[in-house]
Design a protein around this ligand. Structure first.
Ligand SMILES: Nc1ncnc2c1ncn2[C@@H]1O[C@H](COP(=O)(O)OP(=O)(O)O)[C@@H](O)[C@H]1O
Ligand SMILES: [Mg+2]
Length: 268
């Protein structure tokens, strides 16, 4: 159930830093704009501000190069400075929900990027999600934030802190407006090597998805170009416009398809 007149909210989240939240958020934004949606962005990682910088880099690039690329609305959020934690939380919630209500007048999707650490603002962001996308590096170290894995049997012991936080925010959301969250876990930086690790991750995530209620979607391969695009504010989906068909490599085309698969899996 969605609130009538309110934009669909997609949150990228994972308590692990460096899992690809901001990169995924930017690719979702551009992919959804290219699919015909009007999209707004909110960066709740006010400390690193990667998504915000990414969008500002895109604005600078299009101005410098006189390129006409789809541009999201970037909303600025100032976290509350109230010393009382409870008051600050209430203020942040009012501030964010008012901002989203304002954005909903012109945007049908709002993408919210969150920090890679537990904070009240991050929890709040999660509690607003219609769709939560959690990118996960293909490593047991990163899987550990979702579930404790028994090292001897290589089976799931119990859900861990991030999974529990998501559960609590689902409850908070249900209580607030009766809405529900579609949780998607996406494996990121998949290597073309290490087939055994890949298989084990696949099996464990399969078991876990039933237990803690997410769906697994195919993610992005490990590609250097993801790191390079940030400075010019571009995504894999802009390369055709910027470089032209003849300059696209097979790797570009494969990466673009991975992003499209994610957009399709979100299913808006
Ligand atoms: N599929 C990928 N292949 C290669 N590098 C990636 C990929 N996804 C993300 N990265 C890089 O990993 C680093 C962390 O990504 P970022 O999106 O900032 O993660 P987070 O927001 O979760 O901290 C960045 O340097 C980014 O360019
Ligand atoms: Mg980030």
């Amino acid at each position: 159930m969605e609130i009538p007149g309110q934009a669909h909210i997609i949150v990228t989240g994972n308590e692990k830093g460096g899992s690809g939240k901001s990169t995924t958020a930017m690719h979702l934004i551009v992919g959804l704009m290219r699919a015909g949606h009007s999209v707004a962005a909110i960066d709740l990682d006010t400390r690193q501000g990667t998504l915000r910088r990414y969008i500002l880099n895109r604005q600078a690039f299009t101005e410098d190069q006189k390129k006409d690329l789809p541009m999201p609305v970037l909303a600025e959020i100032e976290p509350s400075t109230d010393v009382n934690r409870d008051t600050a939380e209430v203020e942040d919630e009012e501030n964010l929900t008012t901002t989203i209500a304002g954005l909903s007048a012109t945007s049908d999707i709002v993408v919210i990027d969150t920090p890679g650490a537990d904070s009240s603002l991050s929890r709040l962001g999660h509690s607003l999600a219609d769709t939560l996308v959690t990118p996960l590096n293909d490593s047991f170290v990163d899987l550990d934030v979702l579930a404790r894995i028994d090292g001897r049997s290589l089976n799931i012991d119990k859900p861990s802190h991030y999974a529990e936080m998501v559960w609590q925010q689902k409850m908070r959301r249900a209580k607030r407006d009766g809405g529900s969250m579609d949780w998607i876990v996406m494996r990121n930086r998949l290597s073309s090597l290490d087939a055994r690790n890949k298989r084990e991750m696949q099996r464990l995530l399969g078991d876990l998805s039933d237990r803690i209620g997410f769906r697994q979607v195919p993610g992005f391969g490990e590609r250097v170009i993801f790191r390079e695009l940030f400075l010019v504010g571009l995504t894999m989906l802009d390369l055709l416009d910027v470089l032209g068909e003849d300059s696209l490599t097979l790797s570009h085309v494969a990466a673009r398809q991975e992003v499209r698969n994610l957009i399709d899996a979100v299913g808006l």
